[in-house]
Design a protein around this ligand. Structure first.
Ligand SMILES: C[S@@+](CC[C@H](N)C(=O)[O-])C[C@H]1O[C@@H](n2cnc3c(N)ncnc32)[C@H](O)[C@@H]1O
Length: 435
């Protein structure tokens, strides 16, 4: 491993935690400084790992140092976490992990700290008890912020620990086969022909394929031919639950990067789809995805909560509201979310979701379906949001979703790693046809 991987890992983690960048901003920027794909993958593994185990890495370090490194030395504090993460969680020989982390300290202008860094890492290596957190406070034992643990404990008294442990897993790579181009059976055969182990574990959705091992998707059969998209199977339920038809007028009101827009277009290529997102920059990906899959939609940069600025006046048969949310259901996939998201973000998100719901509801035709979706596990964004909406809209009826384990719950909450899926929430609303 080159020294620069560790330097970049420390800087990347510093950028996320201290400067508030997301992993999806910080990591590609750091990876661009590496030429070798193995180094890029290694950098990702270390950065993801430090985010997953940050409280334990901090706690171990604090046992071995009088005080943490601060101000301009902060990147070196993160370098210590990078070093300890390698010792505790990676199959890198200890001597290599230690010596190269110490070398990286020099590159981070920490010449005077090399002895300290060496001593901390050697102590972690020699005293495994330093990394025993079975009796630690929950935030350290489960590697999540206290506010989130508290919310999960309240919402899921029986399952909160399972959710926190599930979030420490790596998310599997799911594909969605583009059945317009190739059948799921033929695509499965194409994977088998290349010795790519996979499963189609959801009987109701054979186009959802999970790979046994994640890999470079551009190397999978048919990538350039649009045979498949990368999409978690939980997200693949959206288009199927909407029950889209070729004669429908469809609104995807929060569409970027376009995963669900494309799925809707695959299932109903004749439908007229309007795909909207407030962030013009994010729409580039929507155009790219539509082009790769040879699909069509009218793509507009606009605010779903202000239809006066973009709506042509014709009601939609189907509306998908995949609203901005806390993303607390996809922490497996984005381990930085738990540190970037703050408790006081939640009421702001709930208010935004409510605005979008309220303003899009009149756009739905009588008898039409609106699917509300989040990748959150917090009831305030999910069941509570929908329960409040139903109380204020007598023309809205909640349709039970056939997959939900209990038909009496408000919507379908999928918990992270349940059937290998991301945490997701769906509520299907039908508009009274007497409107
Ligand atoms: C969960 S993501 C959507 C993911 C997308 N449906 C997919 O499957 O690829 C939420 C999106 O909502 C967009 N958004 C946030 N506020 C919005 C608003 N007021 N109007 C429209 N889009 C909004 C964000 O820019 C973001 O792209």
């Amino acid at each position: 491993m080159s020294q620069s991987v560790r330097v970049l890992a420390a800087q990347c983690c510093f950028d996320i935690i201290d400067n508030g960048l997301s992993m999806s901003e910080a990591l590609p920027r750091a990876q661009a400084k590496l030429s070798n794909d193995l180094d890029k993958a290694l950098l990702q593994e270390i950065c993801f790992g430090v985010m997953r185990y940050l409280p334990q890495l901090e706690a171990a370090t604090s046992q071995l140092m009088v005080k943490p490194l601060v101000k301009q030395l902060r990147p070196l504090q993160f370098l210590l976490y990078v070093g300890i993460y390698q010792l505790k969680f990676m199959r890198i020989p200890d001597h290599a992990a230690i010596s190269e982390t110490v070398e990286a300290a020099r590159a981070l202008k920490g010449q005077s700290l090399t002895k300290l860094i060496n001593a901390v890492l050697r102590n972690v290596q020699r005293h495994p008890g330093i990394f025993d957190f079975n009796d630690a406070v929950d935030a350290v034992r489960f590697n999540h912020p206290g506010w989130l643990i508290k919310q999960l404990q309240q919402a899921y008294p029986e399952q909160w620990q399972d959710i926190l442990l599930a979030n420490q897993h790596k998310a599997p790579l799911w594909l969605r086969v583009n059945a317009n181009v190739i059948s799921a059976a033929d695509y499965s055969a194409a994977l088998t022909a290349e010795d790519i182990e996979h499963q189609q574990p959801i009987a109701a959705m054979p186009t959802a394929i999970v790979l046994k091992q994640a890999q470079d998707v551009s190397q999978l059969p048919g990538y350039d031919l649009g045979w498949f998209s990368v999409q978690d199977a939980a997200a693949q339920y959206a288009a199927t639950l909407l029950d889209v038809k070729n004669n429908h007028l469809i609104l995807d009101a929060c569409c970027a990067p376009g995963g669900k827009t494309c799925h809707i277009a695959e299932l109903a290529p004749g439908a007229k789809i309007t795909a909207l997102d407030k962030e013009p920059k994010r729409l580039t990906r929507v155009h790219e995805n539509l082009a790769r899959l040879n699909l069509k939609a009218t793509v507009i940069a606009a605010d779903a909560a202000q239809p006066d600025t973009w709506w042509q006046g014709q009601q939609f048969d189907r509306i998908l509201l995949d609203v901005p949310c806390s993303a607390t259901g996809v922490i497996r996939r984005h381990p930085d979310i738990r540190w970037l998201r703050k408790n006081n973000d939640i009421p702001t998100l709930v208010a935004l979701q409510q605005q979008i719901l309220q303003h899009c509801w009149p756009l739905l035709a009588p008898g039409g379906r609106l699917l509300y979706a989040t990748c959150s596990v917090l009831p305030a964004e999910n069941q509570q949001q929908i329960s409040d909406f139903l109380a204020q809209h007598p023309d809205a009826r909640l349709e039970p979703i056939q997959h939900q384990p209990d038909s009496t719950t408000i919507g379908w909450q999928i918990l992270p790693n349940e059937q290998q899926l991301d945490g997701f929430y769906y509520a299907l609303l039908v508009k009274d046809s007497k409107d």
